[in-house]
Design a binder for this molecule. Structure first.
Ligand code: ADP
Ligand code: ADP
Length: 227
């Protein structure tokens, strides 16, 4: 069965804005899907509904067979926002550790998980640093580590690198590709960059605005890694 299934989904915000109309989409385990489209076409709204952070106005979304947001184990999903939403008063270690607090892991195991996540993004030596001491690219790596620390199957990224310079962005793109390949992840990557979507994904879902909707769904000739 598909990991994600969206059936004829509408999103109407309480102010009457129709953010999405009739979005249907199935995503299989292991795909790397980009949502590509101009500002306001509902990419972020679609992603947040899949994450269960926003409700659906009409239609249905299931993730792993459960209605979105009702998975018994919320750790199935990692979310990376555009803004590196780190706690400035906490160390890198504590920032990455945060999602585990809800998991009731023992201290030793939690430490192991955080170390593993920091190693994944090459920041093992920065556990005791504070966010302000890091570059923008490194702060984004911390956000990725925080999203990965619960060992999610699904990684949702909402224009994660939009605020970074081109060199950093290009390095991070390669790092995300490596993570995807080595961890058997399913990734949905929201972007308005045609380059990024084609470079990264195994499939590009093109969206248009007013109302937000899917206008093309393009499979690219890229292997889906099997782990
Ligand atoms: P994108 O991510 O493609 O830029 P969004 O999903 O953020 O687009 O927004 C889709 C549409 O919904 C836009 O018209 C946006 O202004 C509107 N929108 C987003 N969030 C809200 C909200 N909380 N309340 C009202 N309108 C919203
Ligand atoms: P940006 O994130 O702005 O592209 P870099 O990631 O290249 O910048 O890192 C900025 C500075 O931090 C560089 O001097 C780089 O050598 C150092 N740095 C970045 N990541 C690491 C790391 N994992 N280990 C050690 N130093 C690092």
């Amino acid at each position: 069965p598909d990991l994600i299934d969206m059936r004829d989904v509408d999103k109407v915000f309480s102010n009457g804005t129709i953010a999405l109309r009739g979005m249907s989409l199935s995503i299989k385990q292991g795909e790397f899907v980009s949502f590509l489209g101009p500002s306001g076409c509902g990419k972020s709204t679609a992603l947040k509904m899949i994450a269960g952070l926003l409700s659906v106005s009409k239609g249905a979304i299931t993730v792993n067979g459960h209605p979105a947001g009702q998975s018994r184990d919320g750790s199935d999903i990692g979310f990376v926002f555009q803004e590196a939403t780190l706690m400035p008063w906490a160390t890198v270690f504590d920032n990455v550790h945060l999602p585990l607090k809800l998991h009731g892991l023992g201290k030793a195991e939690a430490r192991e998980r955080v170390d593993e996540a920091l190693a994944m993004v090459g920041l093992s030596n920065f556990a005791t640093s504070y966010p302000r001491e890091l570059s923008g690219g490194m702060r984004m790596r911390v956000s990725i580590a925080r999203a990965m620390v619960t060992r999610p199957k699904l990684l949702l990224m909402d224009e994660p690198f939009a605020a970074l310079d081109e060199m950093t962005r290009s390095k991070l793109n390669d790092e995300v590709l490596a993570l995807w390949k080595s961890h058997g992840l399913t990734v949905i990557f929201v972007t308005h960059s045609v380059f990024e979507s084609v470079y990264l994904s195994s499939r590009v879902v093109v969206m248009a605005a007013r109302p937000g909707r899917v206008v093309h769904d393009i499979p690219l000739a890229t292997d889906i890694p099997r782990t």
